[in-house]
Design a protein around this ligand. Structure first.
Ligand SMILES: NC(=O)C1=CN([C@@H]2O[C@H](COP(=O)(O)OP(=O)(O)OC[C@H]3O[C@@H](n4cnc5c(N)ncnc54)[C@H](OP(=O)(O)O)[C@@H]3O)[C@@H](O)[C@H]2O)C=CC1
Ligand SMILES: CC(C)CCC[C@@H](C)[C@H]1CC=C2C3=C(CC[C@@]21C)[C@@]1(C)CC[C@H](O)C[C@@H]1CC3
Length: 266
């Protein structure tokens, strides 16, 4: 196919048709400079998610006169998350989906269908199960989301700033370990607390998105449960890749920072 000439094979392409279908054979299918995977990872799914949430909020206003406080919180928190991802769009270029995974069924389905339709489950739930929420509890939930966002953004920004320019004054004083590749690993700041502080912040936010729906039903907690499983699996894959890249230096980092995601627990 002439127009799809600018493609590259995925890092692992074992020739097993089922595996290839799921994980994709092409790492970056493109039409010239238009990269399908990069586009799909952020734009349609995340924007679709926010639009579905907004439609549910408007539907609730139509049904009950005005949107509930719980619906406002869920919409506000998730809008902040999506806005943050789009604002820091270039950061997605260093994720393992972009670097290692092909654009197969998992990412195509995940980006285009899974994200907008399952990530909006809390707002869908609230439309059919209105949840009265008082101001004191709403404030506590806002605080939980703020703490999660602070950790998530702090950790991601610290790593991205360090990777772009290690002498940037915001990260220049952080302690590091040298690796044989010439790249260094942060061992203080957020990355000295646990080995995946950004996952910890993301999980705290996931909890804050479910809490406005109350505790009477498991459905609004689906995202938190699925996301915990996804991040535990993702963390294990990332550790394997870092061990391959950094060898002894990675072992030294693990000794220095023994916990993976949750301090003193995991
Ligand atoms: N909502 C959702 O569905 C999902 C959200 N996410 C979020 O997306 C974001 C990106 O996640 P992801 O791509 O999995 O991984 P990370 O952003 O955590 O990146 C991992 C990479 O960071 C580098 N790194 C690891 N430790 C250190 C250190 N101590 N110092 C410097 N660099 C280090 C390594 O790459 P190198 O050394 O090569 O730079 C490693 O491969 C996260 O915030 C995550 O929570 C992720 C998946 C799904
Ligand atoms: C269909 C399967 C069960 C799983 C599909 C997984 C995908 C939905 C996720 C894999 C990595 C993702 C990332 C994000 C969204 C979800 C997917 C595509 C973000 C874009 C979310 C916003 C963050 O700021 C960055 C994330 C990068 C990884």
């Amino acid at each position: 196919m002439g127009v799809l000439a600018c493609t590259s094979p995925s890092h692992y392409s074992p020739g097993n048709p089922i595996y290839d279908f799921f994980l994709g054979r092409e790492l970056n299918p493109r039409i010239c400079s238009f990269d399908f995977k990069y586009f799909c990872e952020l734009r349609p799914g995340l924007i679709g998610w926010v639009l579905i949430n907004l439609a549910l909020l408007m539907q609730e206003a139509e049904l009950r006169g005005s949107p509930s406080l719980a619906m406002w919180l869920v919409n506000g928190f998730q809008l902040l998350y999506v806005g943050d991802a789009l604002w820091h769009e270039e950061a997605v270029l260093t994720t393992m989906d972009i670097i290692h995974d092909g654009f197969g069924f998992m990412l195509a389905f995940g980006d285009l269908a899974w994200v907008p339709f399952t990530y909006s489950l809390q707002a869908q739930f609230l439309l059919y199960h209105p949840e009265p929420l008082g101001l004191p509890l709403a404030s506590v939930i806002c605080l939980i989301n703020a703490v999660g966002y602070y950790i998530f953004r702090g950790a991601n920004s610290q790593k991205n700033t360090f990777r772009k320019n290690p002498s940037d004054p915001r990260v220049a004083d952080l302690e590091t370990i040298s690796t044989a590749t010439g790249r260094r690993l942060l061992v203080s700041g957020w990355w000295g607390m646990v080995r995946h502080p950004n996952y910890l912040g993301d999980l705290i936010m996931a909890l804050a998105w479910s809490l406005p729906c109350g505790v009477s039903h498991l459905l609004p907690y689906f995202y938190l449960l699925y996301f915990t499983a996804l991040l535990v699996h993702r963390e294990a894959r990332d550790e394997q890749q870092c061990l391959q890249k950094y060898g002894l230096a990675w072992h030294a980092y693990c000794r220095r920072v023994p916990y993976r995601i949750v301090p003193y627990i995991y």
